[in-house]
Design a binder for this molecule. Structure first.
Ligand SMILES: Nc1ncnc2c1ncn2[C@@H]1O[C@H](COP(=O)(O)OP(=O)(O)OP(=O)(O)O)[C@@H](O)[C@H]1O
Ligand SMILES: [Mg+2]
Length: 268
């Protein structure tokens, strides 16, 4: 336990925006049931940036898909509070672990997909689509098809697609995994800027411990499968956080504490 750095229970907050309680997921496979996650509980306040870290296969993507209503939990619940009347889940943008682009649509058409699906005002949001394509470094590639792009370019297209409708909740599953180191650093800073400006609520899965510390208000550390929440760590560092901050002693303490938790749960 690192003094004054980690706490086992999150700080009491106002009514949570997302409340995950006793969530469990079992997959029934040909070879028998797999308990992916077991009794996971945590809550997220509006406007918070939360990272989820944990060993490969511990159920992070499963958890995110359940929050995005793409998968049904086996038991437990996910509640959204403070939504407009009639809404049972917030407007959300998702970035999946794989880019999941439509191969017959160009970069621009893929980014514009949510505009069509959600029936948003075309002129305004298409302008936003062009700005985001530039932001993710794909200006000049608007008319290319996914098969003509590298893996990192496809992933950047899917990040622009998730942001185009200006959703209040962003679910991001290892969004920077396919990017080269420099682009990854730039995108990390851009994401922090977008989040600080727009006050979106972000749930961010990453395998990079420094990335989770740099970006988050809190880091949820999961254990190996069947996974539980090991610890939730408040990251009490001033913002905006720069890449140069990653060399500070305070930053290093958070990183080594999380690394210690993960190495205790992972068989090496
Ligand atoms: N559709 C599925 N059917 C059966 N088992 C599944 C399915 N999806 C995931 N699993 C299993 O559930 C467990 C958790 O998978 P999940 O993809 O959520 O892990 P993860 O933490 O996202 O891993 P990674 O860090 O490698 O992306 C794994 O053991 C996986 O084999
Ligand atoms: Mg995953």
């Amino acid at each position: 336990m690192v003094e004054n750095v980690a706490r086992l229970t999150p700080t009491p907050r106002m009514t949570p925006f997302i409340e995950v309680s006793g969530l469990e997921k079992r997959y029934d496979t040909r070879n028998g049931p797999i308990n992916a996650i077991e009794k996971v509980s945590f809550s997220v306040s509006k406007g918070e940036f939360i990272s989820i870290v944990g060993p490969s296969g511990c159920g992070k993507s499963t958890l995110m898909k359940m929050i995005g209503k793409l998968l049904q939990p086996t038991s437990g619940s996910i509640r959204f509070h403070g939504l407009p009347a009639g809404a049972d889940s917030p407007d959300l943008g998702m970035v999946f672990q794989d880019a999941v682009l439509l191969p017959w649509r160009t970069v621009f058409q893929n980014v514009c997909l949510p505009i069509e699906v959600m029936g948003l005002e075309r002129a305004k949001y298409e302008r936003r689509a062009r700005e985001l394509i530039e932001l993710v470094g794909l200006k000049g590639f608007e008319n290319k098809y996914p098969s003509e792009l590298s893996g990192g370019m496809q992933q950047r297209t899917s990040i622009a697609r998730a942001l185009v409708s200006d959703p209040s909740l962003l679910l991001m599953d290892e969004p920077f995994g396919a990017l080269d180191a420099l682009t990854r650093e730039t995108m990390t800073q851009e994401l922090q800027r977008i989040w600080m400006e727009s006050k979106k609520t972000v749930l961010f899965i990453t395998h990079s411990i420094p990335e989770s510390v740099l970006l988050s208000d809190r880091v949820v550390v999961m254990s190996a499968r069947p996974s539980k929440v090991q610890e939730i760590i408040d990251i009490d560092l001033p913002r905006p956080r720069q890449l140069t901050d990653t060399t500070s002693a305070a930053f290093g303490k958070y990183v080594s504490h999380i690394r210690g938790l993960l190495s205790a749960t992972t068989e090496l």
